[in-house]
Design a binder for this molecule. Sequence first.
Ligand SMILES: [Zn+2]
Length: 143
Amino acid sequence: MRIDPLQITDAEEILGLEHPVYVQIRKAKHFAGKYIGLQDHPHSGCAPFPGGKDHHVILINPRGPDASNTLWHELTHALQCERDFDSDFLALAKKHTADSKAVGAGGGVKSADAIKRYRKTPLEKEAIENAEKMHAKYPFDIK
Ligand SMILES: [Zn+2]
């Protein structure tokens, strides 16, 4: 599976990102995509490794429109990191965790109600809304 690198470059421009984006495709079951912050070297782990220069997005089992929407969602988190947190991934992660805990949706497995509340936290809400808008306008062709 692959994504046209030019589409990634276009997305960086559309969002006005200063840092380039690196998308890593992996196989897993527990999530669809994950933004893991700025890194110097793409690496195989999921843990944040802050302080680098490239936004690192992990995309899981990418297929069709869901993968495109997921990628736009994670790119919106990259945008939030630059725009709202001065590219400090740990500050974004801290806010994300605090927001999740505040609505009782912190930690691992979540109930349907907790997921609903989680989706309404500010960073998630923007990522969900922006992903739908951007995917409709500029769908990623993920093969
Ligand atoms: Zn999200």
